[in-house]
Design a protein around this ligand. Structure first.
Ligand code: NAP
Length: 620
C-alpha cells in the first residue's frame, strides 16, 4: 500500500481495525511485562562462568609481557581488525591486538551454533572484501566463512604479529611522564602502549535467564554462543548425530533461535521450543553468489554498496537500491528506532499516523505468512508476533516456521508465565507442566552495550588517577564517542555518542578509519598526545542531547525486549540521532575543517614512530 492510499483510506477500507490492533498489541505486551526488567537475567560469570568458557581453542601458557607497543587494540572482532588494518595502511608497524578469545573473529569466533549465518547481506557486512580480494560464497554467508574472513584480514595485514589471545585487560593506567598507558591483564602482563583502542563489542557477554532451579538441572546445558559440538556432534552445517536419541529444549526465539532451531529440529529425537515472545519472521531468500555478477564488479564497488545500504536505512534519497532485501524494503519502518532519522517534510502527527499504518500493513503480512506455512492452527496462532515492526530485531528465515510442521517439534508458549517457571533435575517446568529433557540450550542473548569500561571490569585511571567512570558520572562524556578529556590517547569504538545501524560493521569501519586518521595525524605532527578539550567534549554532549529523538512513546507500547530495557522503557539511546550518514559527514567535516588541531596536544616535542615489538606471541 502506498503512503497516499494508506492516508486516504478509512479503517473499513484498510481491511483491518487500527484500534483493535493497538489494543491487541497492548494486551500481548502486558502478558509479558515483568517488574524485574533486566534484573531477571544472570551473568554467565561466577558460579555460571562455565557457560562463558572457550570451547574452541585450548589456552596456551605464556610468560607475562612487559614490553611496549605503539598501539594496543583491545578486541579482535571486526572493529579491532578494521582498526588494525587501517593503522597498518597508515604505516604503523607496532600494533598489538588483544582478545579474550582464542583467535580473531569476535562475535563470529564465539557464535558457531548450527545454522549461523550473517543476517545482513555479506557484500555489505563482511569488511575489506576488495582489499583482501575475497567475494563471499553466498548472499548471506555462513558464520564459519565470516570467521575465516576475520582470520584472512588478520593475516593480510600482519595482525597476528604481536597479538595476544585468551587475555583480558584488568586495568589501564595513564603514565603522564612517559605519555603512555600501563596495561595490566589477567595473564600477569604489565605492558605499555602509547595508544589504546578499545573495541570490545556491544553484545559480547552471554546472559542466562534467572530461572529458579537452573543450577539443579542434571542434564547437559550450554549457551548458543559456546555451542558444545563435543556433546551434539556435527558442525555449524548440522549433522548433530549426538542428538539423535536426545530430548532437547531450546530456550529463546530471537535472531539466534531462528537460525539454530531448524537444525536441532532436524537432528534431535525431540525438540521443545520454549518461546516467550515470537520473533517476526520474514522471507530470507538466500542464494549463492552469481559468478558473472562477481566478475562484473568494478573497483570501489563495496564502498558504494555499503554507503547505498546505509543511506537507504537512514532515510536518505538514493537513485537505486543496490541490495534490495528485507532490510531495505522496510527502511521506513526501521529508521526511527535504528538511526533516529525521520522524514521531516511531513507534519509530525501525520508522519506518526502514516508510519503506524504502514507498520500494521507489514505486520499483518508477517502474521499471514505464519498461517500459510504452519499447518497446526493453534501453533500458528502462538507463533504470530503482536507488536510493531521495530520493537524487536526483525528476523528472516525460510526454514524456521517450517520446523513446526515436524512431528518431533513441540512449541511451548511460556508467555503467561513470564518465561520458564523453574528447572528441575530432569527438565523444564512451565506453569504446572514439566517437560523432561536431556539437554537445555540457552538462546537467551547477550548483555547489551556492556563494555568492560562501562561495567567497571576494565578500570581506567586517567590523568591524576581519576577513573573514567568517575569522570563520566551519570553517562558517557566524549568527543564524537571516541575519546574523553583527562584520558589521553584512549579511543573507544561502539554506539555510545557515535552512530548506529543494523549494519554495525559499517559503523565500525568508519570508526576505524577515523581513529587511524587521528593517530596518523598525531604521529605526523609529532604531537605528544591526543586529547579533546573539556569544552569540545561538553559541546558534543550538548549536541547529542539537542538532536536526540524522543522514542519513549514508541518504546512504551512495545513488548519487552532489549530495545526498551526489557519493558522498563528506560533504554536511552545515546547515539547521534540524525543518523549515521549525517554523523559521518560531521566527522569528515571535523577532520577536514581543522578539528584535529583541537585534539593534538603539544606538537612541539616530536614523538618517534616505533618499530614492531620483538615479541612474537601469537605469530602466524
Ligand atoms: P535475543 O534477541 O536477546 O533473544 C533472547 C531470547 O531469549 C528471546 O526470545 C527471549 O524472549 C528469550 N528468553 C529470555 N529469557 C527467557 C526466559 N526466562 N524464558 C523463555 N525465554 C526467554 O538474543 P539472540 O537471539 O541471541 O540475538 C541477540 C542479538 O544478536 C540480535 O538482536 C542481533 O543483534 C544479534 N544476532 C545477529 C545475527 C546475525 O546474523 N547478524 C544472528 C543472531 C543474533 P523475549 O523476547 O520474550 O525476551
Amino acid at each position: 500500500m502506498t503512503e497516499t492510499t494508506t492516508a486516504a483510506a478509512a479503517p473499513a477500507d484498510l481491511g483491518f481495525d487500527p484500534d483493535a490492533l493497538r489494543e491487541k498489541y497492548r494486551q500481548e505486551r502486558d502478558r509479558r511485562t515483568r517488574r524485574d526488567g533486566n534484573a531477571q537475567y544472570r551473568r554467565a560469570a561466577g558460579e555460571f562462568g562455565y557457560y562463558a568458557k572457550d570451547p574452541y581453542t585450548p589456552r596456551a601458557e605464556r610468560a607475562p609481557l612487559t614490553d611496549r607497543v605503539e598501539v594496543l587494540v583491545v578486541g579482535g572482532g571486526f572493529g579491532g581488525l578494521l582498526t588494525g588494518a587501517r593503522l597498518r595502511e597508515a604505516g604503523f608497524a607496532s600494533v598489538r591486538m588483544m582478545d579474550e578469545a582464542g583467535d580473531f573473529g569476535g562475535t563470529w569466533y564465539w557464535n558457531r551454533y548450527p545454522g549461523i549465518h550473517c543476517d545482513i547481506e555479506s557484500y555489505v557486512y563482511m569488511p575489506l572484501l576488495e582489499e583482501t580480494g575475497y567475494v563471499p560464497t553466498m548472499r548471506y554467508a555462513p558464520g564459519e566463512e565470516i570467521r575465516q574472513h576475520a582470520v584472512r584480514i588478520a593475516e593480510h595485514y600482519g595482525l597476528y604479529r604481536d597479538a595476544v589471545f585468551h587475555t583480558r585487560v584488568t586495568e589501564l593506567t595513564w603514565d603522564e611522564d612517559a605519555a603512555e598507558w600501563l596495561v595490566r591483564t589477567d595473564r600477569g602482563d604489565a605492558m605499555r602502549a602509547r595508544y589504546v583502542v578499545v573495541s570490545s563489542g556491544t553484545l559480547s557477554q552471554p546472559k542466562l535467564p534467572g530461572i529458579p532451579g537452573i543450577e539443579d538441572f542434571r542434564g547437559h546445558t550450554f549457551h548458543t554462543s559456546r555451542w558444545d559440538y563435543g556433546y551434539t556432534g556435527g558442525t555449524a552445517d548440522g549433522g548433530m548425530t549426538g542428538l539423535a536419541d536426545k530430548r532437547v529444549a531450546v530456550v529463546g526465539t530471537g535472531a539466534t533461535g531462528l537460525q539454530a532451531i531448524p537444525h536441532v529440529a532436524r537432528d534431535a529425537a525431540h525438540l521443545y521450543v520454549m518461546q516467550r515472545t515470537p520473533s517476526l519472521v520474514d522471507v530470507r531468500d538466500n542464494r549463492p553468489t552469481d559468478p558473472a555478477w562477481a566478475a562484473s564488479l568494478k573497483p570501489g564497488w563495496q564502498r558504494e554498496r555499503m554507503e547505498n545500504f546505509l543511506a537507504i536505512l537512514s532515510g536518505e534519497e538514493v537513485e537505486q537500491d543496490l541490495t534490495q532485501d528485507g532490510w531495505t524494503s522496510t527502511a521506513r519502518l526501521q529508521r526511527k528506532m535504528i538511526t533516529g532519522a525521520v522524514d521531516t517534510s511531513v507534519d509530525p502527527a501525520e508522519r506518526e499516523r502514516l508510519d503506524e499504518l504502514a507498520d500494521f500493513v507489514k505486520m499483518n503480512e508477517i502474521r499471514a505468512r505464519v498461517e500459510t506455512i504452519v499447518e497446526d492452527p493453534a501453533t500458528a496462532e502462538a507463533l504470530k508476533p503482536w507488536y510493531r515492526y521495530m520493537c524487536k530485531r526483525p528476523g528472516f528465515s525460510d526454514l524456521y516456521l517450517q520446523s513446526f510442521n515436524r512431528d518431533n517439534v513441540t512449541l511451548v508458549d511460556t508467555a503467561d508465565h513470564g518465561g520458564i517457571t523453574r528447572m528441575t533435575e530432569t527438565g523444564v517446568v512451565v506453569g504446572e507442566d514439566e517437560y523432561e529433557v536431556d539437554c537445555v540450550v540457552f538462546a537467551t542473548g547477550f548483555e547489551t552495550g556492556v563494555s568492560g569500561v562501562v561495567s567497571g571490569t576494565m578500570p581506567v585511571h586517567g590523568r591524576g588517577g581519576q577513573t573514567l567512570l568517575e569522570a563520566w558520572g551519570r553517562g558517557p562524556r566524549t568527543l564524537h564517542g571516541f575519546c574523553s578529556h583527562g584520558f589521553p590517547n584512549l579511543f573507544h569504538l561502539g554506539t555510545m555518542q557515535n552512530a548506529n545501524s543494523v549494519n554495525f560493521v559499517h559503523i565500525l569501519s568508519e570508526q576505524a578509519e577515523h581513529i587511524a586518521a587521528v593517530v596518523a595525524a598525531a604521529r605526523k605532527s609529532g604531537a605528544r598526545y591526543v586529547e579533546p578539550t573539556r569544552e569540545s567534549e561538553q559541546a558534543w554532549c550538548d549536541t547529542i542531547l539537542d538532536v536526540a529523538v524522543d522514542n519513549s512513546a514508541f518504546l512504551a507500547e512495545c513488548t519487552p525486549g532489549y530495545y526498551n530495557g526489557e519493558g522498563t522503557r528506560r533504554a536511552t539511546p545515546t547515539s547521534y540521532s540524525p543518523g549515521p550518514v549525517a554523523f559521518h559527514r560531521v566527522l569528515a567535516r571535523w577532520r577536514e575543517g581543522g578539528g584535529l588541531a583541537d585534539v593534538l596536544v603539544d606538537p612541539a616535542e616530536p614523538v618517534e614512530a616505533m618499530e614492531a615489538s620483538e615479541t612474537t606471541e601469537g605469530a602466524r
